[in-house]
Ligand binder design. Structure first.
Ligand SMILES: [Zn+2]
Length: 136
């Protein structure tokens, strides 16, 4: 079995979205082609002094051992690490904050791994729990 893979996928610990993310990965054709890390708040964890090193260390190991080329960060709507959706006036404000932090997290990653491609995604859901994962 090959011991390399192309993708490093980092998502939140939130149990509500794991199956949706697995389904999304299958649609992307990367089911057996990603290292997986779950850390509360993803992009926030990369920016936070208390958790940055732990998050980046996982990426470092993935790149060194498995030669990963793409880091996929999947943020999600109603993230408890931000206080949930109720911490924002509306979805536009919430999405803007996640996007801003994803962009900052990408800078942190690119500083250490300039050769890596970084894909920034946000998982959203509606009142019927229909999930969508969009690239930002
Ligand atoms: Zn979360």
């Amino acid at each position: 079995m090959a011991h390399t893979c192309n993708n490093f996928l980092m998502t939140c610990i939130d149990f509500r979205f794991h199956s949706a993310i697995t389904d999304w990965a299958e649609k992307q054709g990367i089911t057996k082609d990603f290292d997986l890390v779950a850390i509360a708040g993803v992009q926030k964890a990369i920016l936070d002094d208390d958790t940055r090193n732990a998050a980046i260390k996982q990426l470092h190991i993935s790149v060194r051992l498995h030669k990963t080329r793409t880091a996929i960060l999947i943020a999600h709507q109603d993230c408890g690490a931000y206080g949930g959706s109720s911490a924002f006036a509306n979805w536009d404000e919430e999405k803007a904050k996640y996007t801003e932090d994803l962009n900052e997290a990408e800078k942190v990653i690119k500083e250490k791994f300039p050769e890596l491609q970084v894909k920034k995604m946000i998982l959203t859901f509606d009142e019927n729990e229909k999930v969508e994962i969009i690239e930002v």
